[in-house]
Design a protein around this ligand. Structure first.
Ligand SMILES: Cc1cc2nc3c(=O)[nH]c(=O)nc-3n(C[C@H](O)[C@H](O)[C@H](O)COP(=O)(O)O)c2cc1C
Length: 147
């Protein structure tokens, strides 16, 4: 069983969230590769059973530019069997809170077995830890359903 987290972050909020999720996956005895979007280049998605994708939102709820290639990779690789989750941070000051999470969610729903989504306001706080636990539990449970 192989699991990965792939994320993009500029000011650190999404990377903190990715690290929390990584730690919680490992606490569940799921060895999980943690990649920034740059580190994931030239890796294959279809080798994984679980993939969690993390992003911030930009420019009226849009996907960051550096995430576009990964988005297209999901659309073109054979990833039907992959159980996925999408998480992100955003700022509810903007009209479309965590819009990039919704864009990824809609695409992953079509191309993968989408299990769960998680939106966090800016830097994760203590009460987000329980939400991260639920995110990981759902990923693992849905993997069991498809395998
Ligand atoms: C120019 C700009 C545009 C943004 N647009 C949005 C947006 O449309 N929706 C949203 O939820 N957050 C938006 N944000 C907030 C960021 O997504 C948020 O600060 C996020 O936590 C940054 O993640 P990072 O620390 O991982 O880089 C925007 C921030 C900036 C600076």
């Amino acid at each position: 069983m192989k699991a990965a987290i792939i994320y993009s972050s500029v000011t650190g909020n999404t990377s903190t969230l990715a690290e929390i999720i990584h730690e919680k996956m490992e606490q569940r005895d799921i060895k999980t590769d943690l990649f920034t979007i740059d580190q994931f280049q030239n890796h294959s998605l279809k080798d994984y059973d679980i993939i969690a994708v993390g992003t911030y939102s930009w420019d009226n709820g849009d996907l960051p530019l550096e995430m576009e290639e990964l988005f297209e990779q999901f659309e073109t690789e054979d990833v039907d069997h992959v159980t996925t989750g999408v998480f992100g941070t955003g700022d509810s000051f903007y009209p479309y809170f965590c819009g990039a999470v919704d864009l990824l969610k809609d695409m992953l729903f079509v191309h993968t077995h989408l299990a769960v989504t998680l939106k966090v306001e800016l830097m994760p706080q203590d009460d987000d830890l329980t939400r991260c636990d639920k995110f990981c539990d759902r990923l693992v449970r849905e993997l069991a359903v498809v395998s």
